[in-house]
Design a protein around this ligand. Structure first.
Ligand code: FES
Length: 52
């Protein structure tokens, strides 16, 4: 999700993340290593494991 910046995002533990960018990408998939900001991890394919 793209939002207009700058932004301050407070997570459920009260930690505040700031971004001064004009447009900020917010992670909606939960896979970002920089959550709550998107790091494009959503683009990577997940590995499928086969049941044997
Ligand atoms: S939306 Fe989660 S990493 Fe991009």
């Amino acid at each position: 999700m793209l939002v207009e910046g700058p932004v301050e995002i407070e997570d459920h533990e009260g930690e505040v993340v700031r971004s001064d960018r004009f447009v900020v990408a917010i992670c909606g998939c939960g896979r970002s290593k920089t959550y709550p900001l998107c790091d494009t991890s959503h683009r990577r394919k997940r590995r499928h494991t086969r049941k044997q």
